[in-house]
Ligand binder design. Structure first.
Ligand SMILES: Nc1ncnc2c1ncn2[C@@H]1O[C@H](COP(=O)(O)OP(=O)(O)O)[C@@H](O)[C@H]1O
Ligand SMILES: [Mg+2]
Length: 453
């Protein structure tokens, strides 16, 4: 990774930002520590200086020679000029001293070593004043103080450099690692964009935020793949299934053309062709209707519906049709069972299920409808005692245009149950096709709402 790339990484910038903050804190703490320490040491130095001065002051006032000797002894004890002295008498004559005779005002002052004629780089802290009629100058070297400043400063500079290097290295490492994983994610998404919906991002297993996002992406791509596959299946099925009725239409028209060529009557063939094209039109209408329901736009029209009353009404309409087919139709819908839904679509759903039972079951079949509210659910069912649907085909009959082999000649489009499924999904309900031993039982579970009037 180039340094310019590094800068684009938020992780790197974050690491650097934190480092700078730490450095700033370090400098602040260092500055405060240094100031406090420096002042403390300077105060001590001053105290020592004053102590030397007052000790000399306590010498016998009448014995000037004694004072001179005491100072001389101190000068001998400080060959490196750590402490300096100068004693002048009232006439300005130097009595004893290890520095140049320069004018130094009484009280505290800081004087350069050069001025005092001492060979050292450090200045001197000086206290001067009257002493038994003479003038005494006492000084202490700032060497310790200035050395301390240098030690602290160098220490800080080196630790700052070390911290900066470590932070840049850590930031670069984190950024590089993140970049590797981001590149993987981007490459994966690129493959998805290229149409490979079987792509899955690899997770690090650490469960970090990138894993979370990758997992979510995998889930989304998985769902997308399933949807695309379903769509592909649907279009393939539709194209395949529509070929048969279109072929039949063509056969009728060809037959009519042949008859017309020999001046034979064509009414029957044309009537059959019209009926066939109407059937195709119906299929398309139903397909469009299912697509519309699946798009979910109708959910806006939802209102409270008493499913028990609705099912009873629909069953009423079909009682006679069932009787004509030699079957019985009964409805067991007790108390009110309220759900949120689209009344028209739910009516169509029950009608489809009852029609199926009538159409696909032989004479003598008993058809039963039930609707009841239990707990927070409303269950509605349509059962018959007919031939039922084999377990292996119960999922398939929900697909568009799918019909059992034996029903191919029966009237119908193969879209009745697809519409039921779409409506149930639209209502967020559950649909189950089961064996009624014998026969088929179609059961739907809706979320119950508190009664409406
Ligand atoms: N009550 C039933 N008993 C037996 N088979 C059924 C029943 N309902 C549906 N089927 C089977 O499921 C297929 C799909 O049903 P559906 O989607 O309503 O299409 P259609 O009724 O137009 O054929 C039917 O063709 C039939 O084979
Ligand atoms: Mg049907």
């Amino acid at each position: 990774m180039r340094p310019a790339d590094l800068w684009r990484h938020s992780s790197f910038r974050l690491a650097l930002g934190v480092t700078l903050a730490v450095l700033a804190a370090l400098i602040l703490v260092g500055a405060i520590g240094y100031t406090v320490l420096h002042r403390q040491l300077a105060d001590r130095q001053d105290a020592r200086l004053l102590e030397i001065f007052t000790t000399l002051q306590q010498s016998d006032a009448a014995d000037q020679q004694d004072l001179i000797e005491a100072i001389a002894a101190r000068i001998t004890a400080s060959p490196t000029h750590a402490s300096v002295f100068l004693l002048r008498d009232a006439t300005g004559k130097v009595l004893v001293g290890n520095i140049n005779d320069v004018p130094i005002g009484s009280g505290w002052s800081t004087v350069e070593a050069e001025v005092l004629g001492v060979q050292t780089d450090y200045p001197y802290r000086v206290y001067a004043g009257e002493l038994h009629g003479d003038y005494l100058v006492v000084g202490l070297s700032n060497a310790d103080l200035d050395d301390l400043a240098e030690i602290i400063l160098t220490g800080f500079i080196w630790s700052a450099v070390a911290i900066l290097i470590a932070a840049i290295a850590a930031g670069a490492w984190v950024a590089a690692r993140l970049q590797r994983r981001l590149t993987e994610v981007t490459a994966g998404l690129h493959r998805v964009a290229g149409g490979d919906l079987s792509t899955r991002l690899t997770l690090s297993g650490r469960g970090d935020d990138l894993d979370l996002i990758s997992g979510e992406i995998n889930h989304t791509v998985g769902r997308l793949g399933a949807l695309v596959e379903a769509m592909r299946q649907v279009s393939a099925d539709i194209a395949h299934e529509l070929r048969t009725p279109l072929n039949r239409l063509r056969i009728h028209i060809e037959q009519a053309a042949r008859n017309a060529a020999v001046s034979a009557p064509v009414e029957d063939d044309l009537a059959a062709a019209i009926a066939q094209s109407e059937a195709i039109d119906q299929t398309f209408s139903a397909l469009l209707r299912i697509a519309q329901i699946e798009a979910g736009a109708r959910r806006e029209k939802f209102a409270p519906v008493d499913l028990a009353a609705l099912l009873a009404d629909v069953a009423d309409v079909y009682v006679e049709v069932a009787e004509d087919a030699g079957q019985t139709l009964s409805c067991d819908a007790g108390g009110a069972a309220w759900v949120m839904g689209d009344k028209e679509l739910l009516t169509q759903t029950f009608a489809n299920l009852i029609e199926n039972a009538i159409r696909h079951c032989p004479s003598g079949t008993a058809i039963t409808c039930t609707a009841q509210a239990v707990g927070n659910q409303v269950t509605a069912s349509v059962s018959d005692t007919g031939p039922g649907i084999p377990a292996g085909e119960r999922e398939l009959v929900l697909r568009r245009l799918y019909r059992l082999e034996k029903s191919r000649t029966t009237e119908g489009t193969g879209l009745g149950l697809s519409l039921v499924k779409a409506v149930v999904d639209l209502h967020g309900a559950e649909l189950a096709l089961a064996d009624a031993r014998p026969g088929l039982r179609v059961e739907m579970r809706f979320a119950r709402i508190v009664g409406a009037s």
